[in-house]
Design a protein around this ligand. Structure first.
Ligand SMILES: Nc1ncnc2c1ncn2[C@@H]1O[C@H](COP(=O)(O)OP(=O)(O)OP(=O)(O)O)[C@@H](O)[C@H]1O
Ligand SMILES: [Mg+2]
Length: 584
């Protein structure tokens, strides 16, 4: 689909329609009003290495079109049934070609409009093994929408329409870049876009970044285009993040849609088959330029309220807009647990010690989780003063637990002590709890006092729709609510009331990044992800009781010694080892 869209763009189309059936598995059709092909060119276009876009060696170094390899149509014709209808404005009739398994089945003149229509039917029909590799319709549709958005953002002067299973899901009128961004990413962004525009002889940058307050906990809306080509670049992303430094919290992601144009000889686009990774001749210059340009724009926005775009005057008066980083925000940040850990780390002797006396006989104070009768691992047996766990660790019950750095817990054992990583331990506990949820013990949901509506981008809505059933077993009550919107009725107990929206947005974002890992099922990914996301973070002060319950629950797990991703949850320090440290 990406290749077909790019061909339509290269053909100079001002209108491109995309028709999808069954998430592209049954049909992907791109109809454009571009320059079309002659009868010979139409036939040629399916030959490998047939491209009209490079005529001589020099052209290779100044590629202005999206295509240049002459591979796309040939590859498509090898894996699907393809029907091409095309006509040049100057020709009286057009050409119809039907091709299957790279073999031309039919070629004949046809009466049709100027431009091209290429339909790709029954993807992988002759390679069932690959067909089986296609993901669920929701997942494939998400990829289609992701790719579509990238093309649609780079060409706001082209009209785009997307029809999926007979329903129009995108209808994007021609307009400015800003209008296109708003059409795709949502109206609410309109007053919150800061224009970036900087020109030099070497390169130009233009586009928009979101004001700091639009930064989300999700990486979602970050787009870089180089010579109108969407690219992924951790390096350039870093440059933007740097420009935002101190304006947003370190764990949030600013929105940006940025275009860099520079001499094609300064970029190598041929380093990756999808052309999404590129190499700059001089990447340090590009980095510095991007960072400076974004900084400059942000500085202008925070000093001068009048900008070169329409702002709703009401919004303009809001503190968040006129004073992007206030004293209150600073105070808020300083009181956050993250900041506290930082300062506490610097206190060499910081140890959490309150209510020490209560810790005696803590096992009796705390009613641990009810052991699962089917769970082999819960074999903790009690002998005088010892809690013997399945992992061969004997915890001394009458010794207190100590939290250090608000991150680790020290528990004494018969032969030394163990240092437990509170986050990793909790991750393991939650993971096993969620696994149990799948076996008919759903995680209890806590009904939200005020159900929250969640408006998502189309691609995220498709993803969430796909996850709703699994999430309901994990304590999330989410209901579809019109186009791309959902109502959150409840969340698991460990999600703070008022934080539901964030938690879900975060989860979606993480899930997307997780999907590259093929070896896990959707459910497994979700389980791992939620365990990771909900686990208590380093820097969280735990009460004695919480520490106890954490340690108990950890050793009631079937595999207490590692996180689901195999990192250790605790490390044991035995007496002999300690002695060697002291040179004995
Ligand atoms: N929609 C279209 N309108 C007009 N010509 C087209 C269209 N699609 C393809 N062509 C012609 O067919 C040729 C082959 O297309 P194909 O996508 O296979 O290669 P390419 O675009 O040149 O390079 P790449 O493989 O990098 O995409 C193009 O060079 C172009 O001349
Ligand atoms: Mg092409």
């Amino acid at each position: 689909m990406k290749e077909l869209l790019e061909n339509a763009v290269d053909a100079g189309a001002s209108e491109i329609k995309l028709v999808i059936n069954d998430a592209g598995k049954a049909l992907i059709q791109v109809i454009d009003n571009g320059k079309g092909m002659s009868q010979t060119d139409a036939r040629m276009s399916f030959e490998r290495h047939a491209t009209s876009k490079i005529k001589n060696i020099d052209d290779l170094f100044r590629i202005k079109t999206l295509g240049f390899r002459g591979e796309a149509l040939a590859s498509i014709a090898a894996v699907a049934q393809v029907e091409l209808k095309t006509k040049k404005a100057e020709d009286d009739s057009g050409t119809y070609i039907e091709i299957e398994n790279s073999i031309v089945k039919k070629q004949e003149p046809v009466a049709c409009v100027n431009g091209s229509s290429i339909a790709m039917k029954n993807l992988f029909f002759s390679v069932p093994a690959r067909r089986n590799f296609l993901k669920s319709n929701a997942a494939e549709m998400r990829h289609i929408i992701d790719e579509f958005i990238r093309v649609a953002l780079s060409f706001p002067d082209i009209f785009f329409s997307v029809v999926s299973n007979g329903q129009e899901v995108f209808h994007l009128e021609r307009g400015t870049l800003k209008q296109r961004i708003v059409q795709i990413l949502g109206d609410s962004l309109n007053p919150k876009l800061v224009s970036v525009q900087e020109k030099t002889d070497y390169m130009n940058i233009y586009g928009f970044v979101g004001k700091p307050e639009t930064a989300k906990k999700t990486r979602g809306d970050q787009y870089f285009f180089v010579n109108k080509r969407f690219i992924k670049s951790a390096y350039l992303n870093h440059a933007v993040m740097n420009a935002f430094q101190q304006m947003i919290t370190p764990d949030s992601f600013p929105m940006y849609v940025l275009f860099i144009d520079l001499d094609p000889s300064q970029v190598d686009i041929n380093v990756h088959p999808t052309k999404q990774e590129i190499k700059f001749e001089d990447e340090k210059i590009v980095y510095a330029f991007v960072q400076a340009a974004v900084k400059h724009s942000l500085a202008q926005f925070s000093i001068t309220p009048t900008l070169d775009f329409e702002l709703d005057p009401l919004i303009q008066q809001l503190d968040a807009v006129s004073k992007p980083f206030t004293e209150e925000k600073k105070a808020e940040a300083a009181s956050s647990s993250l900041y506290k850990t930082f300062t506490q780390k610097n206190q060499a002797h910081f140890i959490e010690r309150e209510n020490k006396s209560e810790l005696k006989h803590w096992r009796t104070l705390y009613e641990g989780p009810k052991p699962d009768p089917g769970n082999q691992a819960v074999e903790s047996e009690q002998t005088s003063g010892l809690l013997r766990t399945s992992a061969g660790i004997e915890l001394l019950e009458d010794k207190s637990l100590v939290q250090i750095l608000n991150t680790y817990i020290i528990a004494q054992t018969g032969r030394g002590f163990i240092l437990i990583n509170q986050q990793s331990a909790h991750e393991r506990i939650l993971y096993e709890r969620y696994i149990a949820a799948a076996k008919g013990r759903p995680v209890a949901a806590q009904r939200s006092l005020f159900p929250v509506t969640l408006q998502l981008s189309t691609q995220d809505a498709v993803l969430l729709g796909d996850l709703i059933d699994d999430l309901s077993e994990l304590g999330y009550i989410i209901e579809p609510f019109g186009k791309d919107a959902f109502i959150i009725q409840g969340t698991p107990g460990d999600v703070l009331q008022g934080n539901e929206k964030n938690a879900i947005e975060n989860m979606l974002e993480q899930f997307k990044h997780f999907t590259s890992d093929m070896k896990f099922s959707k459910r497994e990914k979700l389980t791992r992800l939620l365990a990771w996301q909900h686990a208590i973070k380093p820097g969280t002060t735990l009460t004695e009781r919480e520490m106890k319950s954490l340690v108990e629950e950890l050793f009631a797990c079937s595999q207490p010694n590692t996180t689901p991703s195999s990192r250790p949850t605790y490390i044991e320090f035995k007496k002999e080892y300690l002695e060697t440290l002291f040179g004995k």
